[in-house]
Write a protein that binds this ligand. Sequence first.
Ligand code: MG
Length: 343
Amino acid sequence: MKISCKAFELELKHPFSIAKFTRTSTPLFLLKIEHEGMVGYGEASMVPYMGESYETANAFLKKVDWNRFRFPLDFATVMAYLDDLAPGNPAIKAAIDIALNDLNGKLLNKPCYEVYGADPAKMPVTSFTVGIDTPAVLRKKLEDAKGFKVIKVKLGRENDQEIIETIRSVTDVPLYVDANQGWSDRIKAIDLIYWLHNQGVVLIEQPMDKNDLEGNAWLTERSPIPLLADEAMQRLKDLDGLRGAYHGINIKLMKSTGMYEGHQTILRAQKLGMKVLIGCMSETSIATLAGAHLAPLCNWADLDGPFLTVNNPFEQPEFKDGKYILNDLPGLGLKGMKENLFD
Ligand code: MG
């Protein structure tokens, strides 16, 4: 097995603001694993608030004994091994998981969706996210959203209603809202949720602080639309404790350490009667496709990474009528890598 990696700065189309942060690029760690003439690609998107960096990613990779992996892989064993090496590090673990899934699919000659029992015909539409901004900038960002069937809006500051009214002056597509823990007064929050419901908002992510289980549960009991845990939902082990406090969860491969645990989380949520939105970080086609292969198993998708960035070193995944179209190539079906990317 030959391992190559590449630090890569993914530039955002617009500076991105959510309730608590603003940024203009995201550090990525791209991974290439070669084995028996096949190549698998993986990616860690290390958004600053998750605490990973090139240094932590490199340090983790050095601990991995690649010679212990045997194909076809038993991912339960592989991922337990990675968790035993060090706690945390979900993004670099996801990069390894995604590269191994791509490689495993190629060695089995099956697309990843087939390995995970997902039907590409059941692909949900993907939303296009707009960050918090002034009405003038928002209108400009919404021009990029043409072709999307759903828009996801970041709220959680003082001007939530103004943002929605600005969007509604431009488009009447359904909206997802992400409050990013920005609401603290539950009475004001439930009033706003009813107002948002009337504005065509169909779900809301992380209304209140991730640690305020009781406040979020109070809202969930009363909300006319599904409320989803995002910041409160990191790994599979968190899921059972969220039952009753939210209608569902937002999973992201960069939190779940990749496709294997992401898939396990979807199955567990279905068993608990909870809904699932599959989301993403700022990502290239690698991690976006990894999410897209699991998306048909989810209720909603928010996999807009490649549309919000300008230097994706791969071909954009095929996208039509607001949905990703998965090809039938083995593995992730990744195409068009920029020349010499790993040199
Ligand atoms: Mg979110």
